[in-house]
Design a protein around this ligand. Sequence first.
Ligand SMILES: *Cc1c(COP(=O)(O)O)cnc(C)c1O
Length: 501
Amino acid sequence: MRYRSTRSNREAVSASQAILEGLSPDGGLFVPETIPSLPCTPEQLADMDYQETAFEIMKLYLTDYSEGELKACIAAAYDHKFDTDRIVPLAKVEGTYYLELFHGPTIAFKDMALSILPHLMTAAMKKSGKNKETVILTATSGDTGKAALEGFADVPGTRILVFYPRDGVSAIQRQQMLTQRGENTWVIGVDGNFDDCQNGVKAILADKELAEQMNAAGLSFSSANSINIGRLVPQIVYYVYAYARLLREGEIAAGEPINIVVPTGNFGNILAAWYASRMGLPVHRLLCASNENKVLCDFFATGLYDRCRPFILTDSPSMDILVSSNLERLIYELTGRDHGRTAAFMERLAREGSYQIDDSMKERMKIFWGGFATQEEGRQEIRRVFADCGHVMDTHTAVASAVYAQYRRATKDDTKTLIASTASPYKFAPSILRAIRPEWEEQREKISDLDWAFACAAELSRLSGTEIPSAVQELRGAPQRHKLTCSADQMKQMVRDVLKI
Ligand SMILES: *Cc1c(COP(=O)(O)O)cnc(C)c1O
């Protein structure tokens, strides 16, 4: 299996090269030359555990990794760092299945890919035979940063720099990043929003002069953002695994199509679900759920992608995004794999802030249904589900859950449905408390946002009868090690300073 760029007919590269490079030098994203079919029937998959499923799926994409290499990466990633053997348990709530993707070390779904990416990358470095140090550049809206830092901390031959929007992450997310250990880690707060951070990182990765200077210094860049194909592939696994579990537990019949609802930001998670469907997983509809930054919802309704609108800070910060990078991979497929047209759309997006797709492309994306939920609707959904059955969900999952309820009302479709549950509610405890116990906030005294987040976590634990995850407990009193900040246009200089080039 080789990987092409979405923006040119530059020669295709191997999986390990695509993972090392992150982004194609022409600014495009790497895509597999073909989408493989599922390696065995869902019934056969139903007998496999998570690690075995991961191997069966990933070996189809990462063909230049040996069986031994791939198995070692999988074993090192999906181990006791996860607080359950199932890795991704399913919770059945009011007849709907919540696929809990937050049982890893940083309690958000980013762990699913970022616990394996460093292993895939170090294996790729060995294969390349080049004795270079890899510098991972990452923009984060909150969850990616911590998961990437955790994955790459003290990994030999790597350094990692994370840029996050200073005012765009939760107190817990900030504390998670600022307390990160590891001599090869840097965390930098940017005066700007996530799109500023992501654009800055993309510009640095595409800077030819900087790349040459890096080369001379024995360094090379890569990305841990979801533009890296090494993140997309591991994310396909859990959709296949979840389907197989539903089958095994008798919740669905073999071949029965399901809906999948995904709270979406950068379009990585839902794109993985789309790949799974193209591999042959029986999927009826993919529901793309947005918060008030509803560019994607409008896109699926009209075919117009338009980022020219105010950026809204919400209580689901990991979805506060106006330019969803991974959509480029879908656009490429919708054009019939036409790199010229894809590049033209992306150029228009960069220059004018929008592009419009034609009817034949729209026809090809009918499997998607876009919806959005306001903060108030998300809050009501958290309150309603908690009141009805005691299940607490986080603010991102609540957006998906609320959009699914809208979809049911609009379509009367009663296909069995899987909702991607992307974060632990403890990561956003103040927002959860505001939903389920609004009067609680009146008790807030003059304490920092972080102390307030801890107080809310304790109250959430009391109300829900669930334990505060150790990932949150251990942040209390942990020393903040990272103090760097910069403006969006200083990001490149910051990279030079940190790397001393
Ligand atoms: C990153 C993230 C999302 C959005 O996922 P994308 O792959 O960027 O669409 C949703 N919820 C949470 C909690 C996240 O961390």
